[in-house]
Design a protein. Sequence first.
Length: 126
Amino acid sequence: MPKSPPSPERRHRELKAQIAEIDHILPGSINVVMNRCGKPGCACHADPPKLHGPYVTWTRKIAGKTLTRRLTPEQLERYRPWFENNHRLRELISELQALSLKALEQTEGWDLKSTGGQKKPGRRGR
Ligand SMILES: [Zn+2]
């Protein structure tokens, strides 16, 4: 059988199935840093330095407010798949959106790309 890309309908079904498989999802982003302290003679100033950390910070937005919370490295390992699920879900959703936009274009005979960009509310944050 000749190879052909999956039909949009089939891809649509696959995407929905993959979305249905996703379990826990945590919003926000993770930042991991290693630090030097101000104490002279501390191991973090040695050569080679032994830095403090890792310090894991979890940042998310709730109603426009940024909330941060410290996680232990163990907690990060435990919840890492949940953060990855969030990322994966976003990818699946944007592909599903792209398919839906195409379906709309075909049904309505529109070319959505020719009508210019959408207005985005607000400005970029600090
Ligand atoms: Zn130190």
